[in-house]
Design a protein around this ligand. Structure first.
Ligand code: ADP
Ligand code: ZN
Ligand code: ZN
Length: 731
């Protein structure tokens, strides 16, 4: 009999081991297809990872193994939905990140192919009916019929719904002159661009390209100041790789159809580009995925999960803005696109290029040690100077604008000046919503989220309080939930508030706002960016979303409304993130012919991150921050694994976390340090209490085995859950 090992997913805890089922059908079964099986009396969709013959019959098998052998109910796919490379990659990712294999498969596949029950109702292939010639003979046909036959003949094939004569078509089909064919059409309509030729590269760009192409070392860091022409380097490298008959995977942190990177690639490589981004519908994703799997695209441009695109024969993988946090997934599987890129590069023998003006410290140190090629683009294109930057101390009352304490006099004056000159302005405020929190003036308590305990943010737009962590929404209360006082006040400010202030200060200015609230409506982000690029607005206000990779030629002023946000959050990565954000934001200014300027408003004008960001001095920042990381033993001086333990009862969470921590400590692994258990910044989530443990290590093997076992033990307990995060981005 034929047996199949099937991986299935149960809603709460993902199981990491396959179950054996009997294959009762005649057709040959291959690994890599989805099947419907019964599990715990319910029909579920599973993924076949292995097919094997067994000499015994069903009764013998059941007697010997002690298990009941259930049959597979149906097979969903005609051919495997993942090839061998992808299946092996899934195993490697699952091993490295200590994440269940099924969770990796779920991540790899587009929504409509995931081994989940709900996917059975997902979009199917979209066909259109076309007409083509069977026999072009015009014998015995009427003039009208001949006319249509000639039309189809001339065009090769014609879409049926473009023709208006159903009866003639029907007749011609009956006479066997034409026939109907179905052709798969992608639902994603990719914009048409005029083809664009390679620019005359600068000496620095040429050198970068030849170093990357000719080096024995396959991994390169391209460290180039903002506006130094990194994109042109990516494009030229891609061209070279494609010329050699190999394919390119281009990753960007966030992407929409109108991202600059997408339009650059579409212009340069017409028709060969597939796009995988978050604004695609499941149907569009499915089509793009299949187009890539069929080998119809040479280039895939996409965000994090595009690293799992079924592209074959990859010659080059690029991660633009490699420092950005969104390359790391913070739920299971907790993978980082860069690590997965290294895995795929090894199998495909391809090059990897990491690009950034402000690389992660981990990446930079590896480049300095020669583990990666270290390529530096030191100047902006056309030798444009970096923006002239002023730091304003907002604690000094005399610096403040008379009509709004959120703006300094300097920033106010500069905005006015740019509005008069018809140049554009970007204002960064890295917090969405109207105010940061609602605080009771009597008892001093802030209104907190009932599901995770952090302060709720007031959104004026819909007059609601919202949790920025779990999404909990509630009405603005009339009185304090703690003491019933009526005196509730708003403190702190976010994008909505800044938008309101700007409209008050500059009533004639055309203002746009970009944050994830705006992004909740599909395609809105693209629309806002496109509008601003077309200069249909003067001022763009936004969160970190506006700092990333955009190229707006007419922007000559960037204002960082409050640079301090984030600096006080409890994470070893805070200062690095703040430095990067400010540097990148300032870098949006003066990228074309006109020189740019930037104003940084802060309560901490002496802080090294703010000082060095204002000078765009990555090198000095790297040196300063590395000293701190060394003293406190954080990456890149050590590796991290974090464990998040959740339980329905607080005592239980504490007890289990304490047990794990002391057990790990008692093992006395060499070069391993255990921190915690600690109560995180967000202490409970949806009635689950949270504790965290941090493992710092230099060598991994023993620790990994321990965690793997731990995860399997804990996942069978319904009242407890554990999340393992290998290389957490923050802690
Ligand atoms: P980065 O990604 O390093 O911030 P970009 O690649 O966006 O910089 O380049 C900045 C600007 O310079 C873009 O408008 C780009 O079109 C232009 N540019 C890049 N390389 C060249 C070149 N060799 N000649 C002329 N313009 C260039
Ligand atoms: Zn109160
Ligand atoms: Zn919450």
């Amino acid at each position: 009999m034929i047996l199949a090992e099937v991986l299935i997913e149960r809603s709460a805890n993902a199981l990491n081991r396959p179950f054996t089922y009997l294959y009762p059908f005649k057709d040959k079964l291959t690994a890599g297809v989805r099947v419907v099986v019964s599990f715990a009396n319910r029909d579920v969709v599973g993924y076949v990872i292995k097919v094997k013959e067994d000499k015994r019959n069903k009764d013998e098998y059941e007697k010997e193994s002690g298990f009941v052998l259930n049959p597979i109910k149906s097979v969903l796919d005609k051919s495997p939905i993942l090839n061998d490379e992808m299946l092996n990659l899934a195993k490697e990712v699952s091993n490295y990140y200590l994440s269940p294999l099924i969770s990796v498969l779920q991540t790899m596949l587009p929504p409509s192919l995931k081994p989940r029950f709900s996917t059975l109702k997902a979009p199917k292939i979209h066909y259109e009916k076309y007409l083509s010639i069977v026999n072009e003979s015009e014998k015995d046909l009427t003039a009208k019929q001949i006319e249509l036959l000639r039309l189809i003949y001339k065009n090769g094939k014609v879409r049926k719904r473009d023709l208006k004569s159903p009866s003639i078509i029907k007749k011609l089909i009956e006479l066997n002159r034409i026939r109907e064919i179905e052709i798969e059409v992608p639902r994603l309509k990719i914009p048409e661009y005029k083809k664009d030729e390679r620019k005359n590269l600068t000496a620095d760009q040429k050198k970068a390209i030849s170093t990357i192409l000719n080096s024995k070392n396959k991994i390169s860091l391209v460290e180039g100041v903002t506006g130094s022409g990194k994109t042109e380097v990516y494009l030229a490298l891609s061209e070279e790789v494609i010329k050699k008959g190999r394919n390119v995977l281009m990753l960007v942190p966030e992407i929409s159809l109108t991202s600059v990177m997408v339009s650059y690639y579409l212009r340069r490589f017409k028709g060969k580009v597939a796009i995988l981004h978050s604004e695609l519908t499941p149907a569009e994703k499915y089509d793009e995925y299949r187009r890539i799997a069929r080998g119809e695209a040479n280039i895939v441009v996409g965000a994090r999960s595009a690293i799992f695109a079924p592209l074959k024969n990859i010659g080059l993988i690029i991660l633009d803005e490699e420092h950005v946090e969104s390359y790391k997934q913070d739920n299971v599987p907790t993978y980082h696109a860069r690590e997965v890129a290294f895995m795929r590069a090894k199998t495909n023998n391809s090059m990897v290029v990491l690009g950034s003006a402000t690389p992660l410290l981990e990446t930079r140190i590896r480049a300095m040690r020669g583990i990666y090629n270290h390529i530096i683009l030191p100047e902006r294109i056309n030798k444009q100077p970096l923006p002239k930057t002023t730091i304003v101390d907002m604690l000094k009352g005399y610096n403040l604008c008379r009509d709004s304490h959120m703006f300094s006099k300097v920033l106010y004056e500069k905005i006015k000046d740019r509005l008069e000159k018809k140049e554009q302005i970007i204002l960064l405020i890295n917090r969405r919503g109207f105010s940061t929190s609602i605080v009771c003036r009597e008892c001093g308590e802030a209104i907190k989220c009932p599901t995770c305990g952090i302060s709720l943010t007031y959104h004026r737009n819909d007059n609601m309080l919202k949790c920025h962590h779990c999404g909990h929404v509630m009405q603005y209360p009339k009185t304090c939930p703690n003491c019933d006082s009526k005196y509730l006040g708003k403190t702190g400010f976010g994008t909505e508030r800044i938008e309101q202030e700007i409209i008050k200060l500059f009533p004639k200015a055309r203002v746009l706002r970009l944050d994830s609230d705006v992004g909740r409506v599909r395609n809105n982000i693209s629309r806002v960016i496109e509008k601003f690029r077309n200069q249909e607005a003067d001022i763009l206000i936004g969160t970190q979303m506006i700092a990333k990779g955009h190229d707006f030629p007419n922007v000559t002023l960037v204002g960082v409304v409050l640079a301090d946000i984030g600096l006080s959050l409890p994470s070893f990565r805070n200062t690095e993130k703040a430095f990067t954000l400010i540097t990148q934001a300032i870098g949006r200014s003066g990228r074309d012919k006109k020189a740019g300027e930037a104003i940084i408003q802060t309560y901490m004008p002496e802080h090294y991150a703010i000082q060095l960001a204002s000078r765009q001095d990555y090198n000095a920042f790297f040196n300063a921050e590395m000293k701190i990381r060394k003293a406190s033993q954080y990456p890149p001086y050590t590796y991290l694994i974090s464990l998040t333990i959740k339980a329905k009862k607080e005592d239980l969470a504490q007890d289990i976390a304490y047990q794990i921590a002391s057990d790990l400590t008692n093992k006395n692994y060499p070069d391993v340090k255990i921190l915690g258990p600690s109560t995180p910044y967000i202490p409970y989530e949806n009635e689950w209490y949270v504790r965290e443990i941090l493992i710092k290590y230099k060598k991994e093997d023993e620790i990994r085995k321990y965690i793997e076992k731990l995860r399997i033990t804990l996942q069978n307990k319904p009242s407890v859950s554990i999340l393992v995060n290998v290389d957490p981005f923050d802690f």
